[in-house]
Design a protein around this ligand. Structure first.
Ligand code: SF4
Ligand code: SF4
Length: 164
């Protein structure tokens, strides 16, 4: 049987308001503000790896070579704002082209949200810590090497698999 004190405590607890759901659970990718969209990137660096397309099959192969602009230590672009000045082919991910970018990793936050899979514990927006993407082994920091100095004909030596 409950004492009056316990009833009072229970009433107080049930009266607590729940925190609002985060934007990535309530908004579609198209509805996000630019700031929300940018914050969705987990900083894994996987999309900045050099890819090779098989002209005959259309298959896309991933390599462990990182774009020369990638700071491998942080897995962030070294000049994100001005990157197109030196890397004009750098693709801007948008809701409208997301599904065409079949080489994006399954862990990519944009792909996860688009496929209704939500964000994992290691995503910085969930953990509140930008390092968890590295600690969980999602980022390329431990295995990437720069494309700098690698000749075009040698790139195929660095293939690590086919895009899924
Ligand atoms: S793969 Fe996706 S989440 Fe990772 S760095 Fe690229 S855009 Fe950001
Ligand atoms: S220019 Fe920057 S954002 Fe674009 S692929 Fe290279 S490192 Fe990544």
């Amino acid at each position: 049987m409950s004492t009056p004190e316990k009833k009072k405590a229970a009433k107080k607890a049930s009266g607590r308001s729940k925190a609002p759901a985060p934007f990535w659970e309530t908004k579609s990718l198209k509805e996000m503000t630019r700031e929300e969209w940018e914050s969705l990137c987990d900083g894994c660096g996987q999309c900045c790896m050099v890819k090779i397309e098989d002209e005959d099959t259309g298959g896309i192969y991933l390599t462990r070579l990182a774009c020369r602009m990638l700071d491998i230590g942080s897995c962030r672009c070294s000049d994100y704002k001005n990157r197109h000045a030196s890397e004009p082919d750098c693709i801007v991910i948008r809701p409208k082209n997301l599904r065409d970018l079949t080489w994006l990793p399954k862990t990519c936050a944009y792909r996860r949200i688009d496929e209704g899979r939500g964000l994992e514990w290691w995503h910085p927006l969930v953990s509140g810590d930008p390092n968890t993407v590295h600690e969980a082994g999602i980022s390329v920091g431990d295995w990437a090497r720069s494309e700098e100095g690698v000749r075009d004909r040698a790139v195929a030596r660095y293939i690590i698999g086919e895009a899924e």
